[in-house]
Design a protein around this ligand. Structure first.
Ligand code: NAP
Length: 350
């Protein structure tokens, strides 16, 4: 495997873009060589264009990088996309057509038949859609791979071991989602302080459809969606980072809370076998305390790459219920994309 890749970040000035800058500053395989954003930022040094919102300072080496516009002529081997969805669809397609592999966070191409919607712990075999996509769209070196919605990643990582061990028939999920999930400046303080908003545009539809593709089976040139029915209710809550989800599951084969706990606790998958640099040693951490997980205490578990699960117990309506937490900007966005890129590099797609 080639040991060092030069990478570009599209949307580098946004909430997810900043997390990319932080996560990649010391990455063993990837080195940021280009950044791009809107016309508002283009032409400025990164430190001047960005409204930096992370506690640690901007990595020194990246402060002076000139922000470029979205023309696909960046000096890099592949790009991560953290673009606003109003521009991501066409920009990502243009970069892929110009020969850049595009590892995207945005929703635009997630449900395209020939685009992998990838969670390396759940469906690494869906990478095999890449040659099909290239052939179908007439791409040469470029292609598009996506990661799911920030509330979907944690849910899928918990459903995958349950699907493998017991089968999953139905899921009811109520989310409590952090304000950073809406980007920056995101939700106005006057709306969210001392309040809960029981609506996030398009979110419930994403949670009800994306897991079916990710947990689906690759058959020939397409993914057959998993036969699981999902009901989602989404809420924005006054938490800065970390999405909490209350989940009830109907299993095909009945299992006790102890058996479910063991299936989650012992889960290990392709990223762990391959030893990918961003893979958590244990993708799921099960906590025994009756009041965990909590966003403030648990979101940075395994540097934000692990899903934390607690309160596993019987459900009188479905079979099992539990609470899960994942860091929306790390495992739900930038970290997910970095892990996808590591998998693609290891499998020689980059
Ligand atoms: P954000 O903070 O609003 O950042 C959006 C980025 O897109 C900025 O870099 C912005 O550049 C750029 N942009 C906006 N309009 C543009 C244009 N016309 N041309 C070129 N660049 C443009 O949003 P975010 O929360 O980081 O989200 C980025 C993407 O990731 C979205 O598609 C979102 O749905 C997805 N996502 C977000 C999360 C999360 O937890 N926040 C999780 C998963 C996925 P300027 O600064 O120059 O305006």
């Amino acid at each position: 495997m080639k040991k060092r890749y030069r990478v570009g970040i599209l949307g580098a000035t946004g909430a997810v873009g900043q997390k990319f800058m932080q996560l990649l500053a010391e990455h063993p395989w990837f080195e940021i060589s280009a950044v791009a954003a809107s016309e508002r930022s283009a032409g400025k040094p990164y430190a001047e264009a960005v409204r930096w919102k992370l506690p640690a300072p901007i990595p020194a080496r990246l402060r002076e990088l000139e922000v470029r516009n979205l023309t696909p002529d960046l000096d890099c081997d592949f790009v991560f996309s953290a673009l606003d969805s109003s521009v991501a669809g066409s920009a990502e397609e243009a970069f892929a057509r110009a020969g850049y592999p595009v590892i995207s966070n945005s929703k635009n191409h997630r449900m395209d038949d020939d685009v992998p919607l990838l969670v390396p712990e759940a469906n690494p075999e869906h990478c095999e859609l890449i040659p099909i996509q290239k052939q179908r769209r007439g791409f040469d070196r470029g292609f598009i791979v996506t990661n799911p919605n920030c509330a979907v990643v944690g849910l899928v990582m918990v459903l995958k071991p349950l699907q493998d061990a017991f089968g999953v028939e139905a899921v009811s999920v109520t989310t409590l989602q952090a304000i950073s999930g809406a980007g920056y400046p995101g939700v106005p303080a006057a709306d969210i302080v001392e309040n809960v908003i029981p609506y996030i545009e398009d979110e419930e539809e994403k949670i009800e459809t994306e897991p079916r593709k990710i947990l689906g089976t690759l058959e020939g040139s397409a993914v057959r969606p998993a036969g699981v029915t999902i009901s989602a209710q989404c809420h924005r809550v006054p938490v800065v980072d970390g999405h909490l989800e209350a989940v009830s599951v109907r299993l095909r084969t009945k299992a006790s809370p102890a058996e479910v706990s063991e299936a989650l606790r012992s889960f290990s998958a392709e990223p762990q076998r391959l030893g990918l640099p961003s893979a958590p040693a244990r993708p799921i951490l099960v906590r025994e305390e009756r009041d965990r997980p909590q966003p403030r205490f648990d979101r940075d578990t395994a540097e934000g790459m692990a899903v934390v699960v607690g309160r596993i117990r019987s459900c009188p309506v479905l079979d099992i219920r539990l609470t899960l937490l994942s860091h929306n900007l790390v495992r739900g966005a930038a970290g997910a994309a970095v892990l996808n890129a590591e998998l693609l590099a290891q499998k020689r797609f980059l």
